[in-house]
Design a protein around this ligand. Structure first.
Ligand SMILES: *[C@@H]1O[C@H](CO)[C@@H](O)[C@H](O)[C@H]1NC(C)=O
Ligand SMILES: *[C@@H]1O[C@H](CO)[C@@H](O)[C@H](O)[C@H]1NC(C)=O
Ligand SMILES: *[C@@H]1O[C@H](CO)[C@@H](O)[C@H](O)[C@H]1NC(C)=O
Ligand SMILES: *[C@@H]1O[C@H](CO)[C@@H](O)[C@H](O)[C@H]1NC(C)=O
Ligand SMILES: *[C@@H]1O[C@H](CO)[C@@H](O)[C@H](O)[C@H]1NC(C)=O
Ligand SMILES: *[C@@H]1O[C@H](CO)[C@@H](O)[C@H](O)[C@H]1NC(C)=O
Ligand SMILES: *[C@@H]1O[C@H](CO)[C@@H](O)[C@H](O)[C@H]1NC(C)=O
Ligand SMILES: *[C@@H]1O[C@H](CO)[C@@H](O)[C@H](O)[C@H]1NC(C)=O
Ligand SMILES: *[C@@H]1O[C@H](CO)[C@@H](O)[C@H](O)[C@H]1NC(C)=O
Ligand SMILES: *[C@@H]1O[C@H](CO)[C@@H](O)[C@H](O)[C@H]1NC(C)=O
Ligand SMILES: *[C@@H]1O[C@H](CO)[C@@H](O)[C@H](O)[C@H]1NC(C)=O
Ligand SMILES: *[C@@H]1O[C@H](CO)[C@@H](O)[C@H](O)[C@H]1NC(C)=O
Length: 729
């Protein structure tokens, strides 16, 4: 039976007709597909709008006389039932009206990233329709302790993270959520214990995030019953005890993270291998002890291993070489010892971040490390390593951050020559090595094209400030303190356009303080300050979450040297300085009046020089000055009484027999008449009022600086701080 062409054509035509017909029908009915929303639902939505004190222009579309299915952030289904409300990061303020609870067809509610306050209406948590509820990043408060559960809820995702919720884990509330897949309670103030029933009757439970709360007590062994759990995060709590053996029954786990708790015990070799799907293991900042078990090598999918700040010891297992997907290996702050060459790093070709700071490793940097061509940051500081770096380090094209400080590396010339061609290098931290060597002074270092921070402190280096430093055009921070460098500060210093942190203290530098130093662009003005907000995807370890460098002081520290001459009056040009230290030199002459022009100055140390004359009254204009030391000079006359002066202790002024003040041994007589203030009283009062207002505005910033300084006493951290700006990883 053959079909004729005629038949074929007509059947084709018929198909075309049908398609056309469907299209026509669609076209005809399309307008009515946008079915008007139900009046009751519109009222519920308007009730929500009513609860907002700041609706960020929502009212332009949310009008009573229009179809609410067309309102901003609203989606309806074909019946005109509201199914989705998505009003993310709109700056909404006010409270969430319980009226949303009467939207019986609502499936997804996402109000993340607003400033909503008050309670989360129980109606929403008990809704039998809502599947996804995200109210993260708001200012919601209250607790859920007493909420009875609704049976058979549809709820799959609950994100109440980054709010101000308190109280215990809401076990009862969650009881009816049999379909729960993800629960994110992180970054609130929940307290009490993690209940043992978390996974009971929740066969689909995949993600549990409890981090950044105040949970305490043991990790319940019953978490091991969470057979499909893939992500378990409970860092930054007060959990104690050991990792229970039963936990390792949860073999679906891919991400296990309990950093910064009070956990004890060891990493059991038998247990850990059971989690063969692990991708991220983060147990940093606990009290774990013992070795890294050999069996770690069986975790073939492992990408991140964080064991920093524990009490772990022993040698690195060579089996670590088998974790070939590792990108991040953080072992800082333990008692690991032995040679790094135990591990064959050449198999870890994905490694980006390696941090072994502050352990007891010895030997040399293993050759195999130079094959990890994707390394971005390497920190081996504070160990007992020796020898040199191989020129193969230049294979590491992405290397931005290298810290080798406080080991026993030798041959600084060779080290710098090799590293100088590492063009991407941004931070180089080498202090505490090369003891008693000479600072190389050859013009051989044409590289270092991107170096922003250089630390060669604590090396007892001899020699001068070398010319090659002048080629480091991007340098922000130069730390050369605690060496034996001599000679003058060269005039090229002011060609380093970005330099704002200079510490050359405790050397034998001599000569006058050059006027070139009074022309440092970054100390003179904030004009370039945008450039110090680095776009540097640096590994920042858990305590170091700097976002910008604004909290970092602009500093000039020339203390403990042999500088002579007078303090150049042009010093007043360095208006952005926060710290100025010229102590323990041989400076003479007067304290320049112009120091009073460095209006943001917080620390001024001129002690142990041969300065004479009066303390300039302009210094009382320094309203942020929190530390002043002019002791042990030959100053005379009265100590000013205005400004911050009443807050400084006697020790700031001692060792100046000719200084007088009501507080000092030498009281002022009429012969010591105070120098007349150089502004009229009226003018002066204006300034004080301005300063107080200004101080209130900036007070927080000042406080922040001080907190920052006291926390980061290690220079290599300071350097990290200078250059890091970005999120962790
Ligand atoms: C919206 O309009 C309807 C009818 O026009 C009216 O009954 C209702 O009160 C209005 N709702 C609000 C919140 O204004
Ligand atoms: C809510 O919306 C934000 C922004 O689009 C998104 O990142 C987040 O994943 C959403 N929440 C859920 C649970 O899907
Ligand atoms: C809230 O948490 C859920 C589940 O962990 C996640 O899917 C969602 O993306 C998170 N929302 C935001 C804004 O991060
Ligand atoms: C939980 O929500 C926070 C936002 O508050 C988000 O950063 C985090 O990734 C979420 N956790 C999980 C496991 O999705
Ligand atoms: C915690 O929440 C606050 C306020 O929403 C937010 O600024 C902060 O980034 C969050 N912290 C974390 C670790 O998610
Ligand atoms: C849950 O875990 C506990 C202890 O690990 C165990 O005794 C119990 O049988 C488990 N329950 C279920 C339902 O698997
Ligand atoms: C680490 O061990 C030392 C001594 O071995 C002990 O004093 C210290 O408390 C331990 N640290 C933690 C966090 O357990
Ligand atoms: C390593 O990572 C790659 C890329 O993410 C992935 O394809 C591969 O399966 C991983 N290897 C193992 C053993 O999991
Ligand atoms: C610097 O690093 C980037 C990746 O971070 C890379 O693409 C680039 O080739 C590197 N440059 C040099 C000169 O090695
Ligand atoms: C450092 O190395 C030198 C020579 O290599 C050696 O003499 C010295 O003892 C080592 N110092 C330390 C503290 O290990
Ligand atoms: C300070 O001056 C006195 C006398 O003018 C002099 O004897 C002394 O050596 C000077 N001290 C310093 C540290 O220069
Ligand atoms: C302080 O700065 C002002 C304005 O820049 C200038 O006029 C004044 O001379 C300076 N004072 C001193 C003592 O240098």
């Amino acid at each position: 039976m053959e079909k004729t062409t005629q038949q074929l054509r007509s059947s084709n035509n018929r198909k075309h007709m049908t398609i056309l017909g469907v299209a026509l029908v669609l076209l005809l009915f399309l307008p009515s597909l946008v079915i008007s929303c139900k009046e009751g639902e519109k009222t519920s939505l308007l009730g929500f709008l009513d609860g907002l004190s700041q609706n960020s222009g929502l009212t332009t579309s949310w009008q009573n006389d229009t179809n609410c299915c067309l309102w901003e952030g609203i989606i309806c289904n074909v019946d005109g039932t509201v199914t989705d409300i998505s009003l993310v990061s709109m700056g909404l303020e006010g409270h969430i009206s319980p009226s949303l609870g009467s939207l019986t067809g609502l499936l997804r509610l996402n109000l993340s990233g607003n400033s909503l306050s008050g309670a989360l209406p129980p109606e929403l948590l008990r809704s039998s329709s809502i599947v996804i509820l995200d109210v993260s990043y708001n200012k919601l408060a209250g607790d859920f302790d007493e909420l009875p559960s609704t049976p058979d809820q549809a709820m799959k995702v609950v994100n109440i993270s980054s709010n101000l919720f308190t109280g215990y884990f809401p076990s009862t509330t969650l009881e009816g959520m049999k379909n729960l897949a993800a629960l994110n309670m992180s970054n609130n103030s929940f307290t009490g214990k993690i209940p043992s029933t978390v996974c009971v009757d929740k066969p689909f439970f995949v993600v549990l995030d409890l981090s950044y709360n105040q949970f305490h007590g043991d990790i319940p062994p019953e978490l091991g019953n969470c057979s499909v759990l893939r992500v378990l995060k409970a860092g930054q709590n007060q959990l104690s005890g050991t990792l229970p053996a039963e936990l390792f029954k949860a073999t679906s786990l891919e991400h296990l993270s309990f950093p910064n708790n009070h956990l004890q015990g060891t990493l059991d070799p038998e247990h850990i291998v059971k989690l063969s799907k692990l991708v991220i293991l983060d147990l940093g900042g606990n009290g774990l002890y013992g070795k890294i078990p050999d069996s770690i090598g069986e975790l073939k999918r492992l990408e991140e291993l964080h064991l920093d700040y524990n009490n772990m010891s022993g040698e690195l297992p060579s089996a670590l070489s088998n974790c070939s997907n590792l990108t991040t290996l953080i072992l800082e702050g333990n008692f690991f010892h032995g040679k790094l060459s135990n591990v064959n790093f050449s198999t870890l070709s994905n490694l980006n971040f390696l941090d072994f700071r502050s352990n007891r490793f010895f030997g040399t940097v293993p050759d195999s490390l130079y094959s990890c061509s994707n390394l971005i940051a390497v920190r081996l500081s504070f160990n007992n390593l020796h020898g040199q770096i191989s020129s193969r380090i230049n294979n590491l094209k992405s290397l931005k951050y290298l810290a080798l400080s406080h080991n026993n590396f030798t041959d600084i010339t060779k080290m710098l020559r090799i590293l100088s061609s590492s063009t991407n290098l941004t931070l180089l931290i080498l202090g505490g090595n090369f003891k008693h060597e000479t600072m190389p002074d050859y013009d051989i270092f044409y590289g270092f094209k991107n170096l922003m921070g250089l630390a060669l402190n604590d090396c007892s280096l001899y020699g001068n400030l070398p010319k090659w430093l002048s080629k480091l055009k991007k340098l922000r921070a130069l730390l050369l303190y605690n060496n034996q460098l001599s000679g003058p500060i060269p005039a090229w210093i002011n060609s380093l356009n970005f330099l704002f942190y200079i510490d050359v203290s405790n050397n034998s530098l001599n000569g006058d303080i050059p006027t070139a130093l009074m022309e440092m662009p970054m100390l003179e003005s904030l004009a370039n300050s945008d450039v110090i907000i680095f776009k540097f995807p640096l590994y920042i370890y858990r305590f170091l979450q700097y976002r910008t460098t604004s909290g970092f002081p602009r500093m000039l520290n020339l203390g403990y040297n042999k500088f002579t001459g007078v303090i150049p009056p042009q010093i007043g040009q360095l208006k952005e300085l926060l710290t100025l230290n010229l102590s323990f030199n041989n400076l003479y002459g007067k304290i320049p009046q112009s120091i009073g022009n460095i209006t943001n100055l917080q620390v001024l140390d001129l002690s142990y020089n041969n300065l004479t004359g009066a303390i300039p009254s302009t210094l009382d204009k320094l309203h942020f000055l929190s530390e002043l030391n002019v002791s042990n000079n030959d100053l005379e006359g009265p100590v000013p009484t205005g400004g911050q002066f009443s807050t400084f202790p006697d020790s700031s002024f001692v060792g100046n027999p000719k200084l007088c003040s009501p507080m000092l041994v030498h009281h002022c007589s009429s012969a010591d008449a105070a120098p007349a203030p150089n502004v009229s009283t009226e003018h002066y009062i204006d300034k004080v009022i301005f300063a107080i207002a200004f101080g209130m505005f900036f007070g927080v910033g000042v406080l922040y600086d001080q907190m920052v300084l006291s926390r980061y006493i290690y220079f290599d951290r300071i350097i990290v701080a200078i250059s890091s700006s970005y999120n962790r990883l």
